[in-house]
Design a binder for this molecule. Structure first.
Ligand SMILES: Nc1ncnc2c1ncn2[C@@H]1O[C@H](COP(=O)(O)OP(=O)(O)OP(=O)(O)O)[C@@H](O)[C@H]1O
Ligand SMILES: [Mg+2]
Length: 557
């Protein structure tokens, strides 16, 4: 058995996404039911692959995006080439559909399994692969530097036609056919024979249909012994038939043995070519992913991201691919939002009412980065992204009672991990850190976390919170640092920007969410409105409103 060496993933070559973030961003499985590739996952939303291998590799690419600008651009060049050549795109996807999962097939062979059908599938895939290479080559313009990647990719394909021809024409077929003909010839009774059955006491006996019986009673059946009859069939025994039956059995065994021998021989040939077959399969996977990304970009109107080595994240008109799809299905419109962190402002503190899109905004920016570094176009009007080494997220609350961790403890463990590991090249999204405890303590913790991220980590941060007081707090620190508004100096720390979502009300008491982010702070959460929308009983709502009024009065509001 041949095992594949493990693939090493390192911070130098891949964007690291820890398990918590993977779950929170619903990349492969949903938070709710954990279904891999289910509705609501990034994988499901962006998957347009047509082969199993392509889908598998897409799942692995999305969970470990690249950090090399060159590799990402190579991938994007291929996607762009497919977008620019619709006929090629259509042909390639059609041809890819005709291939089989050769990774799985060779794995079967290397485990000593795999039947004649598997071998034929493998042979057809080899032939199809060559066809795909020819098709791509014929569409390649002579001199175009950006398409060197395409040449390099198809150049990796190893020619294996000889193996394919060997499988398809080999004795496997001819030998089997030969023996089968012999078997038929030897059973001279074939045209009358319904079935030659074996019984322990009489050996082989013949079952004959009642309607063919009159033609036969004069001939061969005259010396046979009747051993039973039913309305439709009659059974006869004759010693010669027992002999014939045994010969047929022998022939069948010979076929099986021959088949096994030939199969074994071809399996060996396949195993000798296992590396080439796997390499070819990998190329097909990459083509499938790129073609899928091209289809996705065209149907969704996505743009090609610009990747660079800065630490900026500049998105114009960004969208959340999955939320947008679900809103589209409901006939609602997704409101696009811009995001520019890592430039003048290193961190954005986002406030706003419940249900107004803070968490969605945080996630969409993380997902856009992941898609970009995977080599896909992205859901935005313009995207410039400085390569990210690691994405961190602290969103949602989940307790792990089995490991004796309360909700707040889990939140703190995850936050500590982020603060200790984030580098200036990292991207951090934090959603309502500090909400799992009293308001005062939660506010204090949130302040401590923001200050550490700003002062020590210096990474790109999107921080959504209902603690609007945080904005005043950080303005105080910025002043302290001599980096107050407009001064632009200090210890090289970037500014912290304050942005918010809104809720607009009319005179008649109607209201709606404004999902568009604007500069500033929103001090109102409008939680009671959301609670009413959710169907909280009238008495509970009324009490909540009274408490709110009393609190406001106490604070002199
Ligand atoms: N940009 C947008 N355009 C249109 N609808 C949006 C947008 N962002 C979010 N929504 C809708 O609003 C819902 C709630 O969004 P989200 O969970 O992001 O709100 P939130 O501000 O984080 O609320 P909370 O403070 O309660 O956590 C989403 O499920 C989606 O249906
Ligand atoms: Mg939220």
């Amino acid at each position: 058995m041949k095992l594949q060496p493990p693939v090493r993933r390192s911070k130098e070559n891949n964007m690291l996404i820890d398990a918590v973030t993977m779950r929170a961003l619903e990349i492969r499985s949903t938070l709710k039911d954990g279904v891999v590739g289910g509705v609501g996952t990034l994988l499901k939303t962006v998957r347009r692959t047509v082969t199993r291998g392509g889908t598998r590799r897409l799942g692995s690419w999305l969970t470990s995006p690249e950090t090399s600008v060159k590799i990402i651009n190579d991938r994007l060049n291929l996607v762009e080439h497919f977008i620019a050549s619709p006929k090629l795109l259509e042909d390639i996807r059609y041809k890819l559909k005709l291939t089989h999962d050769s990774q799985r097939l060779v794995q079967k062979m290397s485990l000593g399994r795999g039947d004649a059908d598997d071998l034929v599938s493998l042979a057809r895939t080899i032939i199809q692969t060559q066809d795909i290479v020819d098709c791509i080559s014929s569409h390649l313009p002579r001199k175009k530097e950006s398409l060197e990647v395409v040449k390099e990719l198809i150049g990796r394909i190893e020619k294996l036609e000889e193996l394919a021809a060997r499988i398809l024409r080999k004795e496997l077929m001819t030998e089997k056919q030969l023996l089968e003909t012999r078997l038929l010839d030897e059973s001279m009774l074939s045209e009358h024979l319904v079935a030659l059955k074996w019984t322990p006491s009489l050996g082989h006996i013949l079952h004959i249909k009642s309607r063919t019986l009159p033609d036969m009673t004069e001939g061969i059946l005259s010396s046979a012994i009747s051993v039973g009859s039913s309305k439709s069939t009659h059974s006869y025994h004759l010693p010669e038939w027992t002999k014939l039956g045994s010969r047929i059995e022998m022939a069948r065994l010979a076929i099986r043995a021959e088949e096994q021998k030939v199969l074994q021989d071809i399996r060996k040939q396949v195993i000798l070519n296992i590396h080439a077959l796997r390499r070819n399969a990998a190329v097909l996977d990459e083509l499938d992913i790129a073609a899928g990304f091209a289809v996705l970009a065209k149907e969704s109107g996505w743009v090609r991201p610009i990747l660079n080595m800065s630490t900026e994240h500049k998105i114009v008109g960004g969208r959340h691919a999955t939320v947008q799809r679900s809103l589209d299905d409901l006939g609602r419109t997704f409101v696009a939002n811009d995001c520019w962190v890592g430039g003048e402002e290193g961190m954005w503190i986002i406030t706003g009412p419940n249900m107004a899109g803070k968490s969605t905004f945080l996630r969409q920016n993380a997902l856009i980065s992941i898609l970009a570094q995977t080599g896909s176009y992205v859901p935005a009007d313009h995207a410039e992204i400085g390569i990210i080494d690691q994405i961190f997220s602290r969103v949602g609350s989940a307790d792990d009672l089995y490991r004796s961790q309360s909700t707040f403890m889990v939140e703190m463990i995850e936050t500590a991990y982020i603060l200790k590991n984030a580098t200036p090249r990292s991207f951090v999204i934090m959603d309502e850190v500090g909400r799992g405890t009293t308001v005062d303590d939660g506010f204090a913790i949130a302040g401590g976390v923001v200050r550490y991220l700003w002062e020590v980590c210096g990474c790109r941060v999107l921080f959504a919170t209902h603690f609007h007081g945080l904005v005043e707090l950080v303005e105080g620190w910025e002043k302290e640092e001599g980096k107050g508004k407009g001064k632009g100096k200090g210890k090289g720390r970037k500014k912290i920007g304050a942005y918010c979502t809104d809720l607009v009300e009319d005179e008649k008491g109607g209201w709606m969410f404004v999902h568009k982010l604007r500069k500033g702070v929103n001090k109102r959460s409008h939680a009671v409105k959301v609670a009413r929308m959710a169907g909280l009983p009238q008495l509970a709502l009324k009490t909540a409103e009274d408490i709110l009024k009393a609190e406001k009065f106490k604070r002199g509001g």
